[in-house]
Design a protein around this ligand. Sequence first.
Ligand code: DC
Length: 214
Amino acid sequence: MFKNLKPVIAIDGTAGSGKGTLARKIAQILNFDHLDTGKLYRYLAHLELKENKKILDIIKYKNKINFSEINNLDLRTEKISSSASIIAKKREVRDFLTKFQRNFSSFPPSGNGSVIDGRDIGSVIIPNAEVKFYIDANLEVRSKRRLKEIESPEKNDVLSYNEIYKQILSRDIRDKGRSESPLKKTKNSILIDTSFLSPEEVVTRALGEIKKVF
Ligand code: DC
């Protein structure tokens, strides 16, 4: 009945578009497992900074990379965001993470299915996902959301709206313009522009589309 071993919902989109929030909520509702693939790139960027080594030298020893600490680290700093987007341009880095992502989709811990969000899930990693979304919002809205997020007291990045706007813009340009697996909307993915929608409205819209398939 399904095209994949276990059903997969692929959610791609720009930074700050709300794709992560949507993925988390959909996974909860459907009792599927959520994989935030941005965290994998962020973790490799974190290792590069921590070990002060080039990422290609780090992934040479692939077996030693253990993603289990990924949820215990603050990987959402602007420095890591930019570094992640820079190392994500490298073919070797993308190939290294491909296997991990496909394996997660075939064997999600719950055994039910997965919701995977990133930049190339519907285009490269799982092109035949059961449902594919492309989430976007205008740059001003995304910058404001990010500003609100990092204004929380536990964050130590103090950035102005203009700095955030510029950083998100350069990340968009890098993520969409790279030659390896650029961020793009595939023909059969469903576009949701979240600029003027609440998170709940986005979930309702996405669930409506998922129900058409499941
Ligand atoms: O989704 P995010 O903002 O946490 O991702 C951080 C960076 O990682 C993003 O700017 C580009 C890269 N990335 C990618 O190239 N492919 C993915 N599937 C996920 C993230």
